[in-house]
Design a protein around this ligand. Structure first.
Ligand code: SF4
Length: 273
């Protein structure tokens, strides 16, 4: 059984991902909360790149629910026909536009329950909208995050909801808003489905995956270069004397020795994250 992440390891995991992408943001292009919602609906089982190719023409014509409803299902379908399942998605976009007009005054609600009642909107889409449009600390689990959560051992789970709950439980509060973006981008560009790019991975020494594509020495050298501080406090050996304690008068005692989880290796530093 794989060893679970300690709190310090989780914090270090996110510190490194955040260092590599200081401004976490979606790669979907949008203008306002409504166009974000439409883009996320279109992105189901499609790539962000593919969605971004189709949406500029659509949003030029319709960037509000009223304009979208006026455009009509057939016209929307034509504009997004390069995206998979475009007919179903066009139908849902028109239906959700009408529902936003009828029930929410034409605005996108900042409410999970209301969002999930919209046609074509499930938990994942609602989480993305809440996070990106409203700044909520939600973690939407898509195929990339599901893989990263399981492969690394950060939040293993058999279903997206189980992984989401695991991530909610372990992710430090200061990283929660960006977690969705950091994890999805890590899964998309580094921890790829077919062959993870472990040689350039910033969290390789923390990851619990048993079939990494980088040798242990390379991972250790990289960890040496990018670890913020030692992750595990050394336990004193029985034969060792305990470290000197600070004197009652406040004299300078030495701090307990710390050790790394991986062996130190002198030499050139690995590439930066
Ligand atoms: S070490 Fe490899 S498997 Fe682990 S997170 Fe990095 S890329 Fe993924």
């Amino acid at each position: 059984m794989r060893r679970r992440f300690s709190k310090r390891e989780v914090a270090e995991f996110y510190r490194r991902l955040s260092a590599s992408r200081p401004i976490p943001q979606t790669e979907l292009e949008f203008i306002n909360p409504f166009t974000l919602l439409v883009a996320v609906v279109l992105s189901a089982q499609a790539t962000d790149i593919g969605v971004n190719k189709a949406t500029p023409a659509l949003f030029d014509l319709a960037d509000t629910p009223a304009k979208m409803a006026a455009l009509g299902e057939e016209r929307v379908a034509q504009l997004v026909r390069t995206i998979g399942l475009y007919r179903t998605k066009a139908r849902n976009i028109i239906a959700l536009s009408r529902m936003l007009i009828d029930q929410h005054g034409g605005a996108v609600p900042r409410d999970r329950e209301a969002l999930e009642k919209l046609p074509g909107v499930g938990r994942k889409t609602a989480s993305v909208v809440l996070n990106v449009a409203f700044g909520e600390p939600t973690i939407a689990v898509d195929t990339h995050i599901f893989r990263v959560g399981n492969r690394t051992g950060l939040a293993p789970g058999k279903t997206p909801l189980a992984v989401e709950e695991g991530l909610e439980a372990v992710t430090p509060a200061r990283y929660k808003h960006g977690a969705h973006h950091w994890l999805i981008l890590h899964g998309r560009y580094v921890c790829k489905a077919r062959k993870p790019d472990c040689p350039v991975c910033a969290v390789a020494d923390l990851c619990r995956y048993g079939a990494k594509t980088a040798p242990a020495e390379m991972i250790a050298a990289r960890a040496e270069a990018i670890t913020a501080e030692p992750l595990v406090e050394a336990k004193p050996r029985r034969s060792e004397k305990p470290p000197p304690q600070p004197s009652p008068a406040g004299g300078g005692g030495r701090k307990p020795a710390l050790k790394r989880t991986l062996p130190r290796k002198r030499g050139r530093e690995g590439p930066t994250p």
